[in-house]
Design a protein around this ligand. Structure first.
Ligand SMILES: [Zn+2]
Length: 320
C-alpha cells in the first residue's frame, strides 16, 4: 500500500466531520508507507473555540527542522478532522515497538492524528476525544487490525515524547474496541445536564469555569460530613459487568479525595479519586456487577474529609 486514498470516505462514514486540506492525495513524504496502526499525538499548541487549529499550517508545511506533512490529519478543538495527507508523513520517527506495533520505521507503520491541544495545562476536548475514537475505530476496521493497534506516541517514541498527554491509553483502546464492536458493547453517558438522569440538591452550584468540563458546565459543592450526593441514573439493559468511568475537570482547588459511589448488585461500593489532577478525560473507577433496570446507579458524594470543592460532571457505563 502506497497511500490511503479511502481515508476521507472512511472518516465521513464513521460520522467524523472532515475538512479536506488541499491536495491531500498527493501531499506526502517520499518513502515507504504500509500502515498497520494509528498513532495519537498532541501538537503542543494552545487551541480554543475561536482558534481551533493553531498547528494546522505547521502540520501541512512542516518546520525548519522537519519537512511536512507532519500527520495524516489534524484534529481541531471542535473535533473536526483536517485531512492533510493520504501517504507517508513525518509524525512518528523510529518506533521502539509497542503492543503489536513492531520496532521500525514509525512513519511506514502508522497513520498519525495530531490532536491540537497543548498537553501541558490543556487537555484534549471531549469533542476531540470522541472524534479521535470514532476515526481510529473506523481506520483500524478498514486496515483489518484490532484496537491494540491504536497507540500513543509516548508508547512508541525512542526520544522521550510525552504525547498525547492526559489520556489513559488503555482506556482509549477499550473505547476504540467498544466502538469497533459496532454497538454490541452497550455504553451510556450521563452528564450533569442530561435531562431526567442527574439529580443534585440546591447545595450543588453550577459552573462552567474549567475548560476541562464535559459539555457546557458541571456541578460543585463544598465537602460536608453529611449525605447529599449527586446521582446519575442509568437504564442498565441487563445484569452484567460494567466498566464505570468518570469525567471531571481538575483544579488545584478541587477535592483530593472525592468519593464516587457505585450501587452494584451486591451493595454500594465507594471509589475515591483526586479531582486536583487527571481532569478532562475519562478515568476508570473500576468494573462492577450491576443489576438490570432504570435507577440511580452512580453518585458523587460530598462526604469527604479532604478540603476543596467536590465536582460532579459526567459518568459513563460500558458493558464489558
Ligand atoms: Zn507526537
Amino acid at each position: 500500500m502506497a497511500t490511503v486514498p479511502w481515508l476521507v470516505d472512511v472518516l465521513r462514514s464513521a460520522g467524523v466531520q472532515v475538512v479536506v486540506e488541499g491536495d491531500w492525495l498527493n501531499r506526502m513524504r517520499p518513502g515507504s508507507f504500509d500502515p498497520i496502526g494509528v498513532l495519537w499525538h498532541h501538537t503542543a499548541s494552545t487551541s480554543s473555540a475561536t482558534n481551533p487549529h493553531p498547528a494546522l499550517n505547521i502540520c501541512i508545511n512542516g518546520r525548519s527542522d522537519l519537512a511536512g506533512p507532519l500527520c495524516q490529519a489534524l484534529v481541531d478543538y471542535h473535533g473536526v478532522f483536517h485531512v492533510i495527507s493520504a501517504g507517508r508523513c513525518n509524525h512518528a520517527g523510529v518506533s521502539r515497538g509497542s503492543g503489536p506495533i513492531p520496532a521500525g520505521d514509525g512513519n511506514t507503520l502508522m497513520i498519525g492524528w495530531e490532536i491540537d491541544y497543548n498537553g501541558v495545562d490543556q487537555e484534549m476536548t471531549a469533542a476531540q476525544y470522541d472524534a479521535s475514537i470514532a476515526a481510529t475505530a473506523a481506520v483500524l476496521t478498514r486496515l483489518g487490525r484490532d484496537a491494540g493497534h491504536a497507540r500513543g506516541h509516548r508508547e512508541t517514541s525512542t526520544t522521550g515524547k510525552i504525547d498525547p498527554s492526559f489520556i489513559d491509553l488503555n482506556v482509549m483502546r477499550a473505547d476504540v474496541a467498544a466502538k469497533m464492536a459496532g454497538g454490541t458493547a452497550w455504553s451510556s453517558i450521563v452528564d450533569n445536564s442530561t435531562t431526567g438522569r442527574f439529580t443534585a440538591s440546591a447545595n450543588w452550584g453550577v459552573s462552567s469555569y474549567s475548560g476541562q468540563r464535559y459539555g457546557a458546565d458541571y456541578r460543585y459543592a463544598d465537602p460536608v460530613a453529611a449525605s447529599d450526593p449527586a446521582w446519575y441514573r442509568f437504564n442498565v439493559p441487563a445484569a452484567g459487568n460494567y466498566r464505570v468511568d468518570a469525567w471531571w475537570p481538575a483544579n488545584a482547588g478541587y477535592n483530593s479525595a472525592t468519593p464516587y459511589i457505585v450501587a452494584t448488585s451486591t451493595g454500594n461500593r465507594t471509589v475515591t479519586v483526586d479531582q486536583r489532577a487527571t481532569g478532562g478525560q475519562w478515568r476508570t473507577l473500576g468494573t462492577f456487577a450491576l443489576p438490570a433496570g432504570d435507577a440511580n446507579r452512580v453518585a458523587v458524594s460530598r462526604w469527604s474529609s479532604a478540603s476543596g470543592l467536590v465536582i460532579a460532571d459526567a459518568v459513563r457505563l460500558t458493558r464489558v
